[in-house]
Design a binder for this molecule. Structure first.
Ligand code: TMP
Length: 207
């Protein structure tokens, strides 16, 4: 039995963490071993880089510096956590991965997709997920959920202006349309249980 690499993507406040937990349980119930992890982070070295990326002023890092830091964090995470789990035949469910860099530092930050994918080639030998679920929710609803979760404690990315978040959402949509085999758009409008059911359906051919 070979493991699968599944990533969850989308803007802030769409419910990725809740869905990650629910999906892990559902996939375990089908008899698979599951590792859950997140980016930036997921290994001690990558968690240290996460602290650099998430704290400080909104303009602490340029999009180029961010892309390099995310690629460095990802390199460590892939090497220490993701590839070993896949090699053991486990499923890896990851909250954000390369498509977040393509949407945030690319779509919103202005870097080209080819530059971002070149960094991914160097850092992580171009590892791509078997399936990527992009949770979609309109920006106002997502901002409400993020606020309810964080109590107004915003990190560097949540502090970005509205157009930045609109560009992120548009970039995720465009990528999903361009890669229908790997990526699936999942509406996050319903209850957590409804969103989990839609997500499981989008993994149906892999389970
Ligand atoms: P989160 O813990 O809410 O997912 O926050 C991570 C933040 O980092 C989120 O605002 C998106 C951002 N991010 C990027 O800009 N590029 C990336 O490659 C990743 C993984 C996250």
């Amino acid at each position: 039995m070979s493991g699968k690499f599944i990533t969850l993507e989308g803007g802030e406040g769409v419910g990725k963490s809740t869905q990650l937990k629910a999906l892990a349980e559902a996939i375990r119930a089908r008899g698979h071993s599951v590792v859950t992890t997140r980016e930036p982070g997921g290994s001690p070295g990558a968690e240290a880089i996460r602290a650099l990326l998430m704290t400080g002023d909104v303009d602490r890092w340029s999009p180029r510096a961010e892309a390099l830091l995310f690629a460095a964090a990802r390199a460590d995470h892939v090497e220490k956590t993701i590839r070993p789990a896949l090699a053991r035949g486990e499923w890896v469910l990851c909250d954000r991965f390369i498509d977040s860099t393509r949407a945030y530092q690319g779509g919103a930050g202005g870097l080209s997709d080819s530059d971002i994918m070149a960094l991914h080639g160097v850092g992580s030998a171009g590892l791509m997920p078997d399936r990527t679920l992009v949770l979609t929710l309109d920006l106002d609803q997502a901002a409400g959920r993020a606020e309810a979760r964080d109590g107004g404690k915003a990190d560097r990315f949540a502090l970005q202006h509205e157009q930045y978040h609109r560009d992120v959402a548009n970039a995720f949509q465009a990528m999903a349309v361009a890669s229908p085999e790997r990526m699936r758009l999942v509406s996050a409008v319903g209850s957590p249980e409804e969103v989990t059911a839609l997500s499981l359906a989008a993994l149906g051919d892999l389970l």
